[in-house]
Unconditional design. Structure first.
Lengths: 168, 137
């Protein structure tokens, strides 16, 4: 448990308390900075506002990042918004052996999807915009945050869920 | 217009074999195109019935049919709607029959002959991991 002063108020915060405060909440779109909590990326100001009850205008992103990293969460900065998927062309395959076949480095989207097995997701490029238990929640989140996804689907929880779809 | 095959995480680690998919947006649901598995063996284009109300599509009184997908009996309700695909630059829009199915346990829709393949020239380059679609001339 750490005692922190934010906007002139003192708070006793710990990792578990922060993680519990985020249960059932969907992360808002990442503008630039994020912290990783429960395997998901969160805007630092959203998190600190949730756990302190403060208005987001009462502190800066930098203050929120610092508070959350002191608690042990990893912070990061998103690259510029990524566009649609890169498509491997024959030329690219020939020039870059790592892209050929199924060998080589893991697909970035695969790794981004891994924490969300069983959930509905909206993705754009290699980025997961939102993950939620239902398509309805994903669609509502996109509308609320004026975001447009490239694709929406449920992350299959088994190979069988994917291969068993062929009509008889 | 080109779509990369899409891989999903495997439960055992690693990735499932990338599949040929197209992201098809329903009229009224443009911000959330639905991933659809390209299925050359499917007569219909099918999606989960839970998407219909999200797109404002009324299914009461619609023509229905029973069928089996992957061994599961389900009921599809027919709606004729505008569909859109985009690669972020170009956009194709067409009017097509879509069967909204309940139950639909699959994690994606199915893009079949009616509704999709009849409208496009599709070139599948599985070795290279992508497919190209061009509107029917």
């Amino acid at each position: 448990m750490l005692t922190m002063t934010v906007s002139g108020h003192q708070y006793d915060l710990d990792t578990r308390g922060v993680e519990e405060a985020l249960q059932g909440v969907l992360p808002e779109p990442i503008q630039e900075h994020f912290v990783v909590i429960n395997g998901r990326r969160w805007p630092p100001k959203q998190v600190l506002a949730l756990v302190t009850g403060l208005d987001r205008a009462d502190f800066t992103t930098h203050q929120a990042r610092r508070a959350l990293t002191r608690l042990g969460f990893t912070a990061g900065r998103a690259a510029s918004p990524r566009g649609y998927y890169r498509v491997r062309s024959s030329a690219a395959t020939a020039q870059d052996p790592a892209l050929s076949g199924s060998a080589g480095s893991p697909e970035p989207l695969v790794e981004a999807l891994r924490p969300f097995v069983g959930l509905w997701v909206a993705v754009r490029g290699d980025e997961v915009l939102v993950a939620a238990p239902s398509a309805k929640e994903v669609v509502a989140w996109l509308a609320r945050h004026h975001q447009r996804a490239q694709s929406m689907f449920r992350v299959a929880d088994s190979e069988q869920a994917v291969v068993g779809a062929a009509p008889q | 217009m080109r779509f990369a095959f899409r891989a999903l995480p495997a439960a055992s680690g690693g990735a499932l074999t990338p599949r040929p998919v197209v992201d098809i947006a329903l009229e009224g649901l443009a911000d959330a195109p639905m991933e659809c598995l390209l299925d050359t063996g499917a007569l219909r284009t099918r999606m989960s019935a839970e998407l219909a109300p999200l797109a404002g599509i009324e299914l009461s009184g619609a023509l229905t049919e029973e069928f089996y997908v992957g061994g599961l009996k389900t009921i599809g309700a027919l709606a004729r709607i505008n569909l859109t695909v985009t690669d972020g630059t170009d956009e194709f829009l067409w009017d097509a029959p879509v069967w909204f199915c309940d139950p639909w346990p699959h994690p994606f829709g199915l893009a079949g002959l009616e509704g999709f393949l009849y409208h496009f020239l599709v070139t599948i380059r599985a070795y290279d991991g992508y497919l190209d679609i061009e509107p029917r001339p």
